[in-house]
Design a protein around this ligand. Structure first.
Ligand code: ADP
Length: 193
């Protein structure tokens, strides 16, 4: 028996979620979240696991990745799904950044919630396109000279996963200066299923 790991596994995960959607079933019904408690700093993979997964692509593109995970303690989320969200947003940040720029991921406690921000210094998103980036199959690339080769599904799926956790995802962007994706999540507890 073999097992896919790393980024191919994350992309396969995205594809499976999308197939479920198009088949008319809710992609991630609440009961399919596999929440488990884990220590944020280690278990969220926010620092180590995620950083290690994206590191080769960031190094290849000469983009610095800074990770600052201040928030610690137990959270009760689906670690695989939240990791899928973060990998997707980090991948977007890298794809839309120039060499020698920086992508920063931070994790903070704000008003009793855990807030994860991924900030890049890349090309940004035009203000008129921003309201649509969470729509399925929506791609800004049609108005860009450069096509980064995505599917237009990543952010739609990320939003669904975050909302199933009772959280919120927002994107702020300035054309030519960069983009910030912010995810706000309750720590959750065993009763959150
Ligand atoms: P894709 O898989 O095509 O990247 P997404 O759903 O992840 O689709 O993103 C939707 C659109 O938002 C894409 O066209 C992408 O170019 C744009 N986008 C997402 N993140 C960023 C970012 N950090 N900087 C610039 N554009 C972005």
């Amino acid at each position: 028996m073999w097992r896919l790991t790393g980024q191919p596994a994350a992309f396969l995960g995205l594809a499976i979620v999308e197939i479920a959607r198009t088949a008319g079933v809710r992609a991630l019904p609440g009961h399919s979240l596999h929440r488990s408690d884990f220590v944020l700093r280690v278990g969220l993979h926010c620092t180590d696991k995620i950083r290690n997964q994206v590191k080769p692509a960031f190094e290849r593109d000469h983009i610095r990745l800074q990770v600052d995970c201040e928030s610690e303690g137990l959270v009760y989320w689906d670690p695989e799904r939240i990791q899928q969200v973060l990998l997707n947003i980090l991948d977007n940040a890298r794809k839309h950044s120039e060499a020698e720029s920086q992508v920063a991921m931070s994790c903070r406690e704000e008003n009793g919630k855990v807030v994860i921000r991924i900030r890049d210094e890349g090309e940004g998103i035009p203000a008129e396109e921003l309201p649509y980036v969470f729509e399925r199959l929506y791609r800004v690339e049609k108005s860009r000279s450069r096509d980064s080769g995505g599917s237009g599904l990543g952010l739609a799926i990320a939003k669904e996963i975050v909302e199933l956790h009772g959280g919120v995802i927002e994107i702020e962007s300035k054309l030519g200066s960069g983009t910030v994706a912010a995810i706000r999540l309750e720590r959750g507890d065993g009763s959150a299923e």
